[in-house]
Design a protein around this ligand. Structure first.
Ligand SMILES: [Zn+2]
Length: 279
């Protein structure tokens, strides 16, 4: 049941699919440069550690993640979407929605599923062991969005592949969602001072840096709030929303209580952390 679509529409989706790698890398590099510049001009919070060592470690971690993902899942989420589409597998392949609507619904549903995954990563000890590497970063900035342990990246990819297959998401929608999620994660980890009115307005549709910073507080009840990455609605809906940190953004301590020292800036320590015996 081929659906008729305007030619320019098909052309833009084809362009998206055939230039996936370049688009991803381009958006990543552009946002990274933009946020680094904005963080220098409009910082929200004073750093507690020198930037160089943290950055070296965070960039090394994302390097390891990227190589691993390419080796283990060469086709990744977009490849699974192609397969599901050809096999007619998954929810979206059973119902005939217009493509634009499928893309909008996909982004919203996948974002909700990532919210659920994030809660699981906080509540289940074996997953928390992986996810806490992200939380040990003692300063938050755009590079914190890159700091996910390879084990977490692999589990996340398996989870995403399962979601994409079960939903039968179109390839273009997966690519759009992944670029959007990476972009919003970089935005909401950035050490950025937005005017309060702008933060308030953006929070209607987007997780802002001030909102996500609460999630990186050392205070457990704050760590266990604001799980959203892109849309702020899930936290409000499921009552995990916390508007501001108790100690204020300047006064709050970022990271995890047992690791308020130099170790989180060390690459080998960070990679070994999940395998250390939990107390
Ligand atoms: Zn978290």
């Amino acid at each position: 049941m081929a659906k008729r679509r305007p030619r320019h529409y098909i052309a833009s989706m084809d362009f998206l699919i055939s230039h996936e790698g370049v688009l991803r890398l381009g958006v990543f590099a552009a946002l990274l440069a933009a946020f680094i510049m904005l963080e220098t001009l409009l910082p929200r919070k004073a750093r507690v550690m020198p930037r160089a060592r943290r950055w070296l470690t965070n960039f090394a971690i994302v390097g390891v993640d990227t190589v691993l993902l390419r080796l283990i899942f060469p086709l990744a989420a977009a490849g699974t979407a192609v397969w599901a589409n050809q096999a007619g597998f998954g929810l979206f392949n059973l119902v005939a929605l217009p493509l634009w609507l499928t893309i909008v619904v996909t982004v919203i549903v996948l974002d909700a599923l990532i919210y659920v995954q994030h809660i699981i990563f906080h509540r289940v000890p074996i997953f928390w062991a992986m996810h806490k590497v992200h939380h040990t970063d003692r300063d938050l900035d755009v590079t914190s969005a890159l700091r996910f342990h390879p084990a977490e990246i692999i589990v996340s990819m398996l989870y995403k592949l399962a979601c994409v297959a079960l939903l039968g998401v179109p390839v273009a929608a997966v690519i759009i969602f992944e670029i959007l999620l990476n972009g919003t994660a970089m935005f909401n980890h950035a050490n950025l001072r937005l005017p309060l009115w702008l933060d308030k307005a953006l929070r209607i549709v987007l997780v802002t840096p001030d909102m996500h910073r609460v999630h990186h507080s050392v205070i457990p009840k704050e760590t266990n709030s604001n799980y959203g990455f892109c849309l702020p609605w899930w936290d409000r809906l499921f009552r995990t929303y916390r508007a501001q940190p108790e100690a204020g953004h300047e006064g709050m301590i970022v990271g995890l209580k047992p690791h308020q020292d130099e170790r989180p800036a060390n690459l080998l320590w960070s990679l070994a952390l999940p395998f250390r015996r939990m107390k």
